[in-house]
Design a protein around this ligand. Structure first.
Ligand code: SF4
Length: 257
């Protein structure tokens, strides 16, 4: 049965390979696969695992397994998850994405999508509680160089689907690669689409030494779009509980009382 018919088996494979749960009751679902090839892709060039995990916990996880739809939903429900963030690589690349979203909604779990925005559509948007829409660059040649993809569809989708109640725009500052002038252009575009939209500027994980530059940049960018913000780097982020995959035998899990 094709997914488009809306009748998927509970044993349907998903591309979810990692799930963590935070103390506030939210969970983060990591999907594998994306048709883009961003030069700074965290999942591919830094870590496939949640960055808030200790090195010890990350090294006990084995990459390669994915969850079925049924197993994913049961895991989230039995752990009392109320909000699911869908990210990692690109969740919309998963052929099971509609079944996952429908299953989450039916289970009373709010889905929040983190996306490059290329493959979203009316049906998908109708199932979301919210989304973080990443705009990598406005300048077409830079977007192509960064991602291997043209940004025309992405910008058109942002204009069509960005809604201040349900959407956070996000962009990545990477000094030497994506400088503040480009971030300023992203902010102008977001302002043009809707001044009420929030825009978060993230510093690339690989460029954490530029925290001062981030602060200076956001001050400048606010002149183009007042609703721009960033998160201050924290010394130590909360470490979540790993729900999937189970750590390999003999690792830290066996020491949990
Ligand atoms: S769009 Fe996201 S997941 Fe895909 S390559 Fe770029 S950073 Fe990685």
């Amino acid at each position: 049965m094709k997914e488009g018919a809306g009748q998927m088996s509970a044993d349907q494979k998903t591309r979810v390979y990692h799930v963590v749960k935070f103390s506030d009751g939210s969970a983060y679902l990591f999907f594998n696969g994306c048709t883009w090839n961003c030069v700074y892709c965290v999942a591919r060039s830094v870590s496939r695992w949640c960055l808030s995990l200790s090195q010890e916990k990350k090294s006990a996880l084995s990459y390669g397994q994915t969850l079925t739809l049924n197993a994913l939903l049961e895991m989230l429900v039995s752990n009392g998850v109320h909000t699911a963030f869908l990210g990692g690589e690109e969740p919309t690349y998963d052929p099971a994405i509609f079944a996952i979203l429908k299953g989450l909604v039916a289970a009373g779990i709010k889905p929040w999508l983190i996306t490059n925005g290329e493959l979203i559509n009316d049906r998908l948007i109708s199932l979301l509680h919210g989304m973080t829409f990443s705009i990598k660059a406005i300048t077409p040649s830079l977007h192509l160089a960064l991602t291997g993809k043209d940004n025309a569809i992405v910008l058109a989708n942002f204009k069509k689907y960005a809604n201040p109640q349900t959407t956070v725009a996000e962009t990545v500052l990477f000094p030497g690669l994506v400088d503040c002038n480009e971030i300023y252009m992203v902010a102008k575009f977001v302002e043009y689409v809707n001044p009420q939209l929030r825009l978060r500027v993230d510093l690339a994980v690989q460029a954490k030494q530029y925290a001062d530059y981030l602060r200076t940049c956001v001050s400048k960018v606010k002149q183009a779009h007042k609703n721009t913000y960033y998160f201050e780097p924290v010394a130590k982020a909360e470490e979540p509980v790993v729900l999937f995959p189970k750590p390999v035998a003999g690792s830290w899990l066996n020491n949990v009382k």
